[in-house]
Design a protein around this ligand. Structure first.
Ligand code: MLT
Length: 408
């Protein structure tokens, strides 16, 4: 008799953004005239940059000619893309990463979710709270957690590291006692959802901690392109010793507007080990067995992001979104809200008004202002009474949404 993976039954409701999407669809059906502005899921709105579009067209034409047609992509990604990533994202920034340590994929979400497969089933995981839900949910599915404790809003067996205003939205290091040391530590900076960053010195302390205890840091750097301050590291490999303790995830989604095209990559240094075993061959084996690679045309589009023209154009897009972030941040502050983030990240994290929970605030904004955001508790219990707005909207809509919120 077939049986299900019962770990799935531990999951809470639907995926956060699916639940929000459903609520918004229901409201729109009930109030068809409502002009809803979506600042919930961090999805981009600017079109793909012209230099990237040209590369896409050229690659499509190549697929239509027998002499340039391509079938299956190489397991780990095309060399032309892996080399340009290693050169421009890492070596030019002083990080010792080579092309064959880069695994091209169809996005950071899948890689962040799948990476846990190469670690022991009884690994103890640590996550920030609030946190991008994919890290926890994928470990729940794999049976690496206990049941959900609804009073605490947490899964048993997971180390939650609160990131609140009192910690500057950066987690404290776990203890050094063996019972307190996590095996796998998920860090995401610039942070989704709070928009906080970790400075170089602090990240170095995490790298030292992981090396001291044999932990592996799973470092999600999907929002690296939004960093504007000099002391904020763009890659964990800027820290000494990170090659021995860290895997890094990057995405073209937010950097170059590829949420619909799908492209990302994971960096696993060849010398990185867990418990004396190398991790690179395991992830290579997994890619070979379970994945046929991002499409050729998309990898060519990714390559074009690194050309002089592509870089200029995607920087303009990032500036556009960061101006949205500034508008939201300053506007809300002036209106008396307690606001965080939005300086090195495209997310604004705000405290909900006195006496209103985050889900109540979600309903209030949706019904009174027709604006969609994301309730903080959807990212974990420490996110309660907070709310996330994204800067990825269209400029006029962003201004309109802000005007509606502050006039409530
Ligand atoms: C978010 O809104 O948190 C992200 O867009 C979700 C994602 O990148 O999967």
């Amino acid at each position: 008799m077939a049986k299900i993976n019962k770990n799935y039954l531990k999951l809470q409701g639907s995926y956060l953004f699916s639940r929000i999407g459903q609520k918004v669809r229901e409201y729109q059906a009930a109030v068809p005239d409502a002009k809803i502005i979506r600042l919930g899921i961090g999805d981009v709105t600017q079109p793909i940059a012209p230099g990237v579009i040209r590369a896409l067209h050229e690659a499509v034409d190549e697929m239509g000619k027998s002499e340039t047609f391509r079938g299956y992509a190489p397991d780990l990604g095309y060399e032309f893309l892996r080399s340009v990533i290693a050169g421009k994202d890492y070596r030019e920034q002083g990080c010792d990463i080579s092309a064959d340590e880069i695994f091209v994929s169809d996005g950071a979400k899948c890689d962040c979710a799948n990476i846990q497969e190469i670690f022991a089933a009884d690994s103890k995981i640590a996550v920030c709270d609030p946190v991008y839900p994919v890290y926890i949910d994928s470990n729940v599915m794999a049976g690496r957690t206990g049941a959900f404790d609804s009073a605490a809003g947490r899964y048993d067996g997971v180390v939650y590291m609160p990131c609140t205003a009192s910690t500057g939205f950066v987690p404290d290091l776990p203890g050094d006692a063996p019972s307190e040391v996590p095996d796998l530590i998920y860090l995401c900076f610039p942070n989704n959802p709070t928009g906080a960053v970790m400075d170089r010195k602090r990240l170095q302390e995490w790298v030292d901690y992981a090396n001291r205890h044999g932990s592996v840091i799973l470092y999600d750097a999907a929002y690296e392109a939004y960093i504007s301050e000099p002391d904020v590291p763009r890659s964990i490999y800027e820290c000494e010793g990170a090659r021995n303790c860290a895997i890094e995830f990057r995405s073209f989604s937010k950097t170059a507007g590829f949420t619909g095209l799908r492209l990302g990559f994971t960096v696993i240094p060849k010398d990185l080990e867990a418990g004396g075993d190398k991790l690179w061959p395991l992830w290579a084996r997994r890619h070979g067995t379970k994945y046929n690679g991002a499409p050729y045309i998309i990898q060519r589009a990714g390559e074009a992001v690194y050309s002089d023209e592509g870089r200029r154009e995607v920087r303009q897009q990032v500036s556009y979104y960061m101006e949205n972030a500034r508008i939201i941040r300053e506007g809300l502050k002036e209106a008396g809200y307690e606001v965080y983030g939005g300086v090195n990240a495209p997310y604004i994290w705000l405290k909900t008004p006195e006496g209103m929970s985050d889900w109540e605030f979600f309903d209030y904004l949706l019904t009174k202002a027709n604006v969609v955001g994301t309730p903080g508790s959807g990212f974990g219990p420490a996110g309660e009474d907070h709310f996330r707005l994204t800067a990825f909207g269209d400029r006029e809509e962003t201004k309109e949404a802000l005007g509606r919120i502050i006039s409530l």
